[in-house]
Design a binder for this molecule. Structure first.
Ligand code: TYD
Ligand code: MG
Length: 464
């Protein structure tokens, strides 16, 4: 009898090795190698048989290829559709990751419910495959959400062959797999959740999705670093990768695309977790500024641009003398390195003695901002707390900072100022370089001040 061949596979990155290793040479993770039986080739045969195309596919001239451009299945949940680029494309596969308990199952249950309700009776079924919770648990959640569409089918199954068969039979307009890590293929010997199981399961589902133009959503667990667990190849396999994030303690949730073959990765969707599920937050700026009543030092309002949508945010800073040892720097919502740079500019260019101070910085609402256009507001917030001079509550601060303390122009100033004007702001301190663009805009009900340097901005906003 032939000896079963085994190999060791890194569960983080999918690297293979003939012997066990404590540390993976490819991704430097510790203790990630697991022994798996090598593929005998039989599984491939079976997979091919099961997903054999109905007719032979031949190469086509590029001019012969027809596209049904523009057709997108809309769930009716605008925040969700926008992140996907305007709805679900036929045959699209989407991976959605996020911390446990953040609301992935809730979101997708709401999506399939809404979507199947929009279809005429019996016309479009939606299939929710659950490997994590029982049908009863899903039902309990659905009752909370008010999800009771006749076209919504719950399928508690983890065997990929059974799922493929069911999808081919019922042809659901949308299939949700909750979660991809619970699936298993009987012809692969490694445990559910292991790299080869996840990769193969996703590959076979994706193949069916493409062939039959049946869109699928895969819910994925995340590692403690916040990446989708399983092989990196998983993210290459699907058309879009979304992350659902936010603070479990707070009620706002953000849906963000990190990869999207059918749309921009800039758009975000904002939701609020309520007693009866997730609800869309259409007026996000207003929601994020809701608590901005206290007029205190260290708080500055800025406008960040998330995709096509301007978002007003509150930057909060607290600067206090260090009691002993190393001064602390804590940043949440912005890159700590960016904060360190801004502090260095304040210290060197303005002579502020921040090196003996603890600095805490926070973007209210639990949002993360990567745009440099908030630099100036961060610097002003720190200076405001350091000098204990509050910034006017109806003032918007915008601008990118250069190393010599110059204020650089930001992109798309128009929508940002318009958003501030809409919410009743009276004054905006913006880069001098943007003044020309602003003068072209129709009269905004804002007093606009252009600044060339950080010290000019500090002189206006937080004078000594
Ligand atoms: P869930 O969708 O199960 O999270 P995930 O699938 O990402 O692990 O969401 C669970 C959390 O959401 C749970 O802590 C309770 C909360 N929740 C609400 O606040 N309201 C609701 O209507 C529902 C269904 C859940
Ligand atoms: Mg879940």
């Amino acid at each position: 009898m032939a000896k079963t061949k085994t190999q060791f596979v890194c569960q983080e990155c999918g690297a293979k090795s003939v012997k066990w290793q404590g540390k993976c040479n490819a991704c430097n993770q510790w203790n990630t190698y697991v022994e798996e039986v090598m593929d005998s080739g039989k599984s491939e045969e079976r997979g091919r048989k099961l997903s054999k195309p109905s007719e032979t596919i031949l190469p086509l001239s590029i001019n012969e290829i027809e596209v049904d451009e523009g057709f997108r299945l809309k769930s009716g949940i605008n925040e969700f559709d926008r992140v996907l680029g305007g709805g679900i494309v036929p045959g699209e596969t989407v991976m959605i990751g996020g911390d446990p308990g953040i609301g992935k199952s809730t979101l997708l249950l709401q999506v399939v419910d809404k979507l199947s309700r929009l279809q005429k009776d019996g016309q479009g079924k939606c299939l929710y495959v659950t490997g994590e919770e029982s049908a009863q648990q899903i039902k309990l959640r659905a009752e909370r959400l008010g999800a009771r569409s006749n076209n919504l089918y719950i399928f508690p199954e983890t065997d990929v062959f059974a799922i493929l068969e069911q999808i081919e039979k019922t042809r659901p307009i949308l299939t949700v797999i909750d979660s991809i890590q619970t699936l298993f293929l009987a012809d692969i010997s490694s445990a559910p959740g292991s790299v080869s199981q996840v990769r193969e399961s996703a590959a076979r589902l994706t193949y069916l999705a493409k062939r039959e133009k049946l869109p699928m959503f895969f819910i994925g667990h995340v590692t403690k670093e916040g990446n989708i667990a399983g092989p990196m190849t998983l993210e290459h396999m699907v058309d879009a990768v979304l992350y659902f994030e936010g603070d479990i303690q707070r009620h706002y949730r953000l849906l963000r695309a990190v990869k999207n073959r059918f749309g921009s990765t800039q758009e975000i969707g904002i939701f609020e977790m309520r007693e009866d599920g997730l609800s869309e937050v259409a007026d996000a700026s207003k929601a994020f500024l809701d608590d901005h009543f206290v007029h205190s030092s260290g708080s500055v309002i800025t406008a960040s641009l998330e995709g096509s949508r301007p978002l007003l945010l509150e930057v909060q800073s607290l600067v206090s003398p260090t009691n002993f040892g190393m001064p602390q720097r804590r940043a949440s919502g912005i890159d700590p390195n960016r904060l360190a740079l801004i502090l260095a500019i304040l210290e060197k260019r303005l002579g502020m003695a921040i090196s003996s101070q603890d600095v805490f910085l926070n973007i209210a609402g639990g949002i993360k901002v990567v745009e440099p256009s908030i630099d100036l507001s961060v610097a002003v917030a720190v200076a405001s707390s350091f000098r204990e001079v509050p910034v006017g509550a109806d003032t918007l601060v915008l601008g990118e900072l250069g190393l010599s303390g110059e204020v650089r122009a930001v992109s798309q100033i128009g929508p940002r100022l318009a958003e501030a004007a809409r919410l009743g702001f009276k004054q905006a301190v913006i880069p001098h370089g943007n003044l020309k663009a602003v003068s072209l805009l129709p009269d905004a009900p804002l007093e606009i001040l252009g600044v060339k340097t950080l010290s000019e901005a500090i002189g206006i906003l937080v004078p000594r």
